[in-house]
Design a protein around this ligand. Structure first.
Ligand SMILES: [Zn+2]
Ligand SMILES: [Zn+2]
Length: 444
């Protein structure tokens, strides 16, 4: 039953997004998070949800279509493609898990090859990552445009440039309440820039502990990871957050890979989520089968750039998501993806900013932008200083077997076996310090 509902809903959402081209603004689809809450041990008592209850299905192909799904489902749809569902009969008790507020809004920004999401609830805001350095002006203007004078929380999930490069712009745009990072020091330029920008606002980084809970208006944000920030691989130091709003849950994983997923699962905290921000841009090193099965998301958001040289998202991950019946939304295809929850229903919309808009990171990752990125990447690899951020943006690809590192577009990268391939966002010197030799072909 549950699987059937999810599959139908997924298909319908896909149809709705496809009908809207996944790129036009204002498209929206909402779904009822069936079966979401009841499996959660943290849900307060008195709440039961529609686990197994019939969910109505919408026909996105027609403005006023009515279809009858399985069971007793029926459908209606207006001009905006939306999927509405009835409250599962007699199953939802409204307090205290139905927040009396204007909803939780999550924007997964299209920052090209990187990650950035803005969460707002009852006027309280949290920015999780800020994309690469070239997304700085976007981050700055995104906060300005939304009238955010104070960003209550700034989260640097981990010290990689594609996550924190653009974050340093946030303290220039708004006051900052608290700022979190898994570490207090890091040698990268992006990290130093962030610390410096925060210092100008008299804000110091804090290291959160697993189990910490931060109030975000009437939503709450629980820190699930890192359980320990002692990992050699910075991706596995990623701050992992689970956001709860009413009966809806959202999981933000940074670039956490299989190892961190495992430690979080072993910690015993609930990871279940309706919407999963897929770890590490859909790389095969993340979103393990067990993780996916436990999170059991209906929707997965992948943040990556069109035609990125890492091959994100990896086919292994997209097929795992497909097998799990999870609907995938990608920033490279949809642009910025907005998700709104009223505590029970989650709605999605997406917007692709027309290229040419100086505030749009999309303009930096258009077809011509892609070329620039690669150029910067190779340029930065042989220089340092100002273009250092560019190096990290493109990063290097390590061959963990031969211990050679390459530029992402090196022909040997394509031939490399997947299990030997590892993304590296540090500097050239750092790669060498870790025992890697520069490729004789691409001369990184
Ligand atoms: Zn990373
Ligand atoms: Zn990343």
């Amino acid at each position: 039953m549950k699987h059937r509902s999810i599959t139908l809903l997924s298909l319908l959402l896909a149809a709705a997004m496809a009908a809207a081209g996944c790129s036009s603004s204002g498209s929206a689809a909402s779904v009822f998070p069936s079966a979401a809450a009841s499996s959660d041990p943290q849900e307060r008592s008195g709440i039961s949800n529609g686990n197994g209850d019939p969910v109505k299905h919408a026909d996105s192909s027609a403005g006023t279509g009515h279809i009858t799904g399985s069971d007793d489902s029926s459908v209606s749809i207006g001009d905006i493609p939306s999927i509405t569902a009835p409250e599962a009969a007699g199953s939802v008790s409204l307090s205290p898990d139905s927040p009396q507020s204007g909803g939780l809004r999550i924007e997964f920004f299209d920052v090209g090859q990187g990650d950035s999401a803005l969460l707002t609830c009852d006027g309280v805001s949290m920015l999780i990552d800020g994309g690469p350095k070239k997304a700085s002006s976007f981050v700055f203007s995104a906060l300005k445009k939304r009238g955010i004078e104070k960003l209550d929380y700034l989260v640097a999930t981990h010290a990689h440039e594609d996550h924190i490069g653009g974050l340093a712009a946030a303290p220039h745009a708004a006051d900052i309440g608290r700022a979190f990072s898994p570490v207090l020091t890091d040698t990268t330029e992006a990290f130093r820039d962030l610390v410096k920008a925060l210092k100008e606002k008299n804000v110091s980084l804090e290291v959160p502990a697993a189990g910490d809970v931060l109030p975000l208006g009437s939503a709450s944000v629980e820190v699930l990871g890192p359980v320990s920030a002692q990992a050699d691989n910075k991706n596995n130091t990623s701050i992992v957050l689970r956001v709860t709003y009413g009966q809806t849950h959202f999981l933000f994983t940074g670039d956490a890979e299989r190892e961190e997923e495992e430690t979080i699962l072993n910690s015993g905290r609930s990871v279940q989520a309706d919407v999963l921000k897929v770890g590490h841009h859909g790389s095969s090193s993340s979103t393990s089968y067990l993780w996916l099965r436990t999170v059991d998301p209906k929707y997965a958001v992948i943040s990556c750039a069109q035609g990125n040289s890492y091959g994100h998202p990896h086919e292994d991950v997209t097929s795992r998501l497909r097998d799990a019946g999870t609907e995938v939304l990608r920033t490279d295809q949809c642009g910025t993806i907005t998700c709104v929850s009223d505590g029970k229903v989650i709605s999605f919309s997406s917007e692709k900013t027309p290229s040419g808009d100086p505030y749009a990171p999309g303009s930096g990752v258009s077809s011509s932008g892609q070329k620039n990125e690669k150029k910067t990447s190779s340029g930065a690899a042989v220089s340092s200083g100002q273009s250092g951020a560019g190096s990290a943006a493109g990063g290097y690809i390590l061959n963990t077997s031969s211990r050679v590192f390459h530029l992402p577009d090196c022909s040997s990268v394509k031939k490399m076996k997947d299990h030997n391939k590892k993304e590296f966002h540090g500097t050239r010197d750092e790669a060498i310090a870790q025992g890697y030799k520069p490729c004789g072909n691409c001369h990184p």
